[in-house]
Write a protein that binds this ligand. Sequence first.
Ligand code: HEM
Length: 475
Amino acid sequence: MSRLQDPDSSTRCFLSPLRNIPGPLTARLTNRRAEVISATGNAIKCGERDSIKYGDIYIYKPNAVSISNPSDWKMVLGSLKFLKSDYYSGIDLFDIQNTLSGRDPKFVSVRKRQLGPYFAYGYLVKMEPTILRCGIKSLKNAWDAQLARSPTGEIEINYSRDYILATMDTIGGLVYGQDFNCVKNRDNTLAQQLLCSIKFQAARSMIPITRYYPFSKLLAPLERPFRKYERFCRAAIAKRRAYLAEGGDKPADLLQGSKVRMDETQIVSESMVMMAAGADTTSNTLLWTTHLFMLYPAVYVRVCNEVREKFAPDHLITYHEAKAHLPYLEACIFETMRLCPIAGGQAPRGHFLPAGTEVYLNFRGVHTNRKTWADPFRFVPERFLDNDESKRNFYAFGGGARTCPGRNLSWVELFTIMANMLKDYELRMPDDLTYLGPEIVDEHGCPKKMDSKSFFVNTPIYPDRDCRMVLSKRV
Ligand code: HEM
């Protein structure tokens, strides 16, 4: 508990070795400012505001700085000295480290050897039929069935819900080797449990006091769905085991392949983490890409033309086809992840500058740094066309030793869902969504994006209200 107490404030202001680094006074004095920012889901918003006001490096907490310069990011991510900080212990499940929370380099390297092969392109190519079946094919079945019943030939869908169901089904197939059928049954129970679980873990790591009784009671409404989600994962693993014991097919799923040696608790913990780290991130990337297409009609027209000129209407576009023939779509997805960073407002690393100082990686700041990006708040996919420099300054998946292992899987999902959806359907905003659109601008003079919050993942605050879209068959 001693780490929860603030040392003397005059020491912090006048004697701190960080005293010459700019930043808000309250951030110099107390950890509470950072905790409130995190707990209210404002890490991305404040990361933007503070980096504009104070520059590439500023005080985030008495003992921590936030950095937004790509070369500083490169140095921190490329160095093994900057381990993940203790903050990540909040996402330990069952009091053990996991692939996401791991702070001990030995543990991290063991997990990398165990799980790495399941994230390689070779494995994903083998699993592409599963990714297509759980992703775009299943979405198309659901949308086409609704369209067949529609007298107008149009339907309104909530893409926030549809994308999370599809990405959960995909992780179900890849991690547990079984169909969850969330899209088919239009069942978002598991998705809701997962989202509450992410908030639960986020609260525990962002507000450390909630790990201790009686403050832990404050999180009871989030802990209950988390326990249900845990029971679901345990049952899914048991079902897979029973199937294999009866002589079912050789496992292709991530956690039970022959190369993975983990005990029961570790398997449950890693599988829960994979689902949390894998489903919500990819579905939110799809969501923001769709939203930006609606706000930037010229981009939408250009990307549709690209897909439709390259592929016949009845062709199911695979990952490799999309990657080879759809550079503009790829640029749109890169640009979405730059402009709407999905993961983390601030990701802490430890010990430098002087010893004991935490370094927070400011995802929003680095992706809107004016020295790197011209007109940084505008959605301009062209900046990623034939431009390796932009890709070198792109950190939406992190980088270095702790880069996101799921990025290849995400790209397969993002390409196949987006390319086929743009090829087969016309998309438009519903007429009553009058408060969002190309003409309604924000403080940067760019089309205003829907309101969002970040509890690990940057998500809309009002998905039921804002993530609606009218969909019809391609004309
Ligand atoms: C568009 C989708 C995704 C984005 C934007 C994303 C982003 C990130 C980022 C920024 C990190 C580094 C976090 C940090 O340094 O604190 C990370 C780590 C991680 N991601 Fe992803 N991710 C995505 C999809 C996935 C998927 C599909 C999976 C798994 C199925 C996954 C699993 C993980 C894991 C296990 C880590 C921790 C790796 C480590 O610390 O060594 N992610 N991700």
